[in-house]
Design a protein. Structure first.
Length: 75
């Protein structure tokens, strides 16, 4: 992970995945909130759907991070 863009995307991916999971746990169980600032991104009444989308987006950003890290062969 030498590329700064890859590190940034990896961090964003981590925040989205862990934050989405912790917000889902908070919605369902009411006791665990790790990244509380993500709740401001979810519109009222659609919190669970928003957190699932955050997790899916985090997985997609993580895949993009891996794609950025691969070097292309130069002709």
């Amino acid at each position: 992970m030498n590329n700064p863009l890859q590190r940034l995307l990896g961090f964003v991916s981590f925040v989205l995945i862990v934050g989405g999971i912790s917000c889902l746990l908070h919605e369902w169980l009411g006791w665990f909130r790790l990244f509380g600032f993500l709740r401001f991104l979810a519109p009222g009444g659609y919190e669970v759907y928003s957190y699932v989308v955050m997790i899916a987006l985090g997985i997609a950003v993580g895949a993009a991070s891996e794609a950025v890290g691969r070097e292309r062969p130069r002709p």
